[in-house]
Design a protein around this ligand. Structure first.
Ligand code: URP
Ligand code: ZN
Ligand code: ZN
Length: 470
């Protein structure tokens, strides 16, 4: 039968190749790849422009209830819309268990938050904050079998953190039942000790957040996570790696044959601790995230890790809080001590343009590496490949056509519900000119053209980073 849509004259890029061809789409999937395809019901001329797989953002926080007064600005409608307008077609946010809550209740809650709102396809990672015997022996194994095959554990934050014995329990489930554990690696006690000392000295402005979380607290926790992974003999993925010291631990682990994988994010390429402030100004609260951004030398180490295979995935860690909002960075409308500033920055929409512009067009990474880090690897790592993350016959028609033109980042033109972007004013060399989700245009280069609720839940298969069964 006739093709629904043909994209003509595309310069198609996958994680392994670039080739010139037409892309034929039927029933939301890629049906044909080749020269001079038959006419489609609709045609789009890519005119030799680069076409990449839609982005898979494997680390973002949407509509997560917070302990205390802060509220996330983006729900699944605004968050997924923002992602689509930045070329991302699959998101993997978190279904976070609250202490005392059953994991199943958390999962049901987040399905309610996503349904009717998400405009692109989504899966869920679990956040395990209360690994009771029931959770460990019953709920987690059951949920893994139902398509929740990855979960995050925290070594810091009072409402989320696990001790080492609890992490071992959770890693043991990952090993036995075939799931991938993601680890937030920062030493909670060191952070608390440093925070109290800074507070006692009256050092409570946003910039002191970075001083309360120096690289060694990340380095120590990264090493400890590696040791726990080795003890249980199961791969882990260290999320949001910020710089040299954590990287050294991961390289050490790999040189000893351990399966340690890593993720980094735009903030560690494009921000530094100075963005948290060079004086006591509160504006730096906008860039408060954990781990904090480091310095230029560390940015360079992150670029190297992206090119040499240290990093498997590049995610946004979108954690959306408004600046001018009593439930955002200014709690109760006040400039609060850094301890109380909600952690996280927005980034769903800017993740791909930043890396395409400064990485690919800036000559730092290849186009293949870009596709691998932003789409193919995250899809594989979390069991969504080949449906997502590549351009191949049978895959979902999730595609981006790139416009290579100068674009100045302007929060007024973004589609999230956050009132700022940390990248305001940056001059980029490209932006998605078109985003297709299952063959439907959700971003036409000017406007969001998707529909809330059209996104589908994706149960995840076995993560590719795990050893073969047996
Ligand atoms: O500061 C951050 N990254 N907030 C989001 C939560 C997390 O730890 O990823
Ligand atoms: Zn984290
Ligand atoms: Zn996060």
């Amino acid at each position: 039968s006739k093709l629904d849509l043909v994209i003509r004259n595309a310069r198609v890029a996958t994680a392994s190749d670039t080739f010139d061809c037409d892309v034929g789409i039927r029933d939301g999937r890629i049906a044909l790849l080749g020269q001079e395809l038959p006419a489609g019901a609709r045609e789009i001329d890519a005119a030799g422009r680069t076409v990449t797989p839609g982005g898979v953002d494997a680390h973002c926080h949407l509509d997560q209830p917070m302990e205390g007064p802060a509220r996330m600005a983006d729900d699944f409608a605004t968050g997924s819309r923002s992602a689509a307008c930045g070329g991302t077609t699959t998101i993997i946010p978190f279904a976070a268990q609250m202490k005392g809550q059953s994991l199943r209740a958390a999962v049901a809650d987040y399905h309610g938050r996503a349904e009717g709102k998400a405009c692109i396809d989504y899966a869920f990672h679990l956040i395990v904050s209360d690994p009771t015997p029931e959770v460990v022996s019953n709920e987690l194994p059951g949920l893994i079998g139902e398509g929740y095959t990855s979960f995050k554990v925290y070594m810091t934050y009072d409402d989320l953190k696990l001790d080492d014995a609890q992490i071992l329990d959770v890693l043991d489930v990952a090993r036995t039942h075939g799931a991938l554990a993601m680890v937030h690696a920062e030493n909670a006690d060191c952070i608390e000790w440093l925070t109290k000392r800074l507070e006692a000295a009256g050092r409570t402005a946003p910039r002191w957040h970075a001083h309360a979380r120096p690289m060694l607290v990340e380095r120590e926790a990264t090493h400890r996570a590696i040791a726990l992974s080795e003890l249980v003999d199961v791969p882990i993925l260290i999320v949001h790696v910020s710089g040299r010291e954590a990287i050294e631990q991961i390289r050490w682990a790999r040189s000893h044959g351990l399966s340690i994988f890593a993720e980094t994010c735009p903030q560690y390429l494009f921000l530094t601790a100075e963005d948290l402030g060079i004086d006591d100004s509160y504006l730096g609260a906008r860039c408060v995230c954990s781990p904090p951004p480091r310095d230029r030398a560390n940015q360079q180490r992150i670029w190297e890790g992206l090119t040499d295979g240290l990093f498997t995935v590049f995610s946004s860690d979108h954690a959306p809080f408004r600046y001018e909002d009593a439930q955002g960075k200014k709690i109760g409308g006040q400039e609060v001590p850094f301890r109380h500033i909600p952690n996280g920055i927005p980034g769903l929409e800017t993740r791909l343009p930043l890396l395409y512009s400064e990485g690919v067009l800036g000559g730092r990474i290849t186009l293949q590496k870009f596709v691998e880090l932003t789409a193919t690897n995250p899809a594989k790592a979390y069991g969504l490949h080949p449906r997502k993350g590549t351009i191949a016959v049978g895959s979902d028609a999730d595609l981006v056509i790139w416009d290579e033109r100068e674009v100045t980042v302007d929060n007024g033109k973004l589609h999230h519900a956050v009132d700022y972007t940390p990248y305001e004013g940056m001059k980029l060399r490209a932006w998605p000119g078109l985003t297709l989700s299952r063959g439907e245009v959700v971003w036409d280069g000017t406007s969001f053209t998707g529909k809330a609720g059209r996104g589908k839940f994706l149960p995840c298969g076995r993560p590719s980073l795990l050893p073969r069964r047996g």
